[in-house]
Design a protein around this ligand. Structure first.
Ligand code: ZN
Length: 314
């Protein structure tokens, strides 16, 4: 079981994986059009952010071996010493803020599904979204690759239907869910199309898919350039825009109902905001130091650089 101790020192936190350059994979075609032709937008060796020359999907090259990607999410990712580049500072410590964030986001779902039903959360992490939905009376199911996170959902949040592993490993019934969600997940998947194809099979004919991811073409992302906090090379494999995300959904026979940044903000602590400000300018955390006394205060932050898409079966 993953132990959660908010007082642990920074040295006990994990650092990003170090994989030998020879093991990195370069030959990754575009998932939308299959071509290998791309132009480099910028490089941060050994990684590059590239744009497909055919369809303009932005993605990361090269890529860690599949086993390293899976291993990366087990423990250290959730308590990271360098969260501005890799993972989360302390995911479980932010429990109350995630619950607040998901209460807000659940309103997107309630607009389309005002009565309770069955919800599947793919990549449910510690189960905070499912907990919110359970409190509202929904029948909840989750899948999570990270064993310690899935354990937390089962033991601490008492969510019985949380399964450890990938979606493909599960035996869920065809057309058995009213709502399927992917919060901050699609950009981490090696094969988003395979997961969406499975999600479509599991979704009832009148069900909805709700997907949230970062928007590489947002004003904030453009202003930040290479310092944008979503360029996390090991973990964010794909950077969608409204155009490429729509194309992905269309390719897997989903029809887009809504796409908006409006409810895609997050509750964070002042400390988190100060830590991430280093991405804007390296002196900012020092300038903001007087605000450290408010470090635990929760703020709702929405730089409008993430999208929530709602789609149905086409
Ligand atoms: Zn392409």
């Amino acid at each position: 079981m993953f132990s959660h101790d908010a007082t642990a020192s920074a040295d006990e936190r994990a650092r990003r994986p170090h994989v030998p350059t020879a093991a990195l994979r370069e030959n990754i075609p575009c998932i939308l059009c299959g071509t290998n032709d791309s132009v480099t937008l910028f490089a941060e060796p050994p990684f590059r952010i590239v744009r497909c020359t055919e369809c303009s999907l932005v993605y990361t090259l090269p890529r860690l071996p599949t086993a390293s990607i899976s291993e990366m999410y087990q423990v250290g990712y959730w308590r990271s010493a360098e969260a501005k580049d890799f993972g989360y500072t302390d995911y479980l410590h932010d429990r109350d803020r995630y619950l607040r964030t998901f209460r807000l986001r659940s309103k997107v779902i309630e607009r389309y599904k005002p009565t309770v039903g069955r919800v599947l959360d793919i990549g449910c992490a510690a189960g905070f979204f499912l907990k919110v939905m359970e409190e509202k009376g929904w029948d909840t199911t989750g899948v999570e690759l990270s064993a310690p996170m899935a354990d937390y959902a089962r033991t601490e949040l008492k969510l019985n239907n949380v399964f450890t592993g990938t979606l493909e490993e599960q035996q869920f019934g065809t057309e058995s869910f009213d709502v399927i969600t992917l919060w901050d997940v699609i950009e981490h998947l090696e094969d988003p199309r395979a997961v969406l194809a499975t999600a479509k099979r599991l979704l009832k004919n009148d069900g909805i898919l709700v997907l949230e991811t970062q928007n590489v073409e947002s004003v904030f992302a453009r202003l930040m350039g290479r310092r944008w906090h979503h360029y996390k090379f090991e973990e964010h494999l794909w950077h969608f825009s409204p155009t490429t995300l729509s194309a992905l959904l269309r390719l897997e026979s989903f029809s887009l109902t809504e796409m908006s940044a409006r409810r895609a903000g997050k509750f964070v602590t002042m400390n988190f905001a100060i830590e991430r400000s280093a991405r804007v300018h390296k002196t900012l955390p020092q300038l903001l130091r007087p605000l450290r006394c408010l470090g635990g205060l929760s703020l709702y932050v929405n730089p409008m650089d993430e999208l929530i898409a709602v789609a149905g079966k086409a």
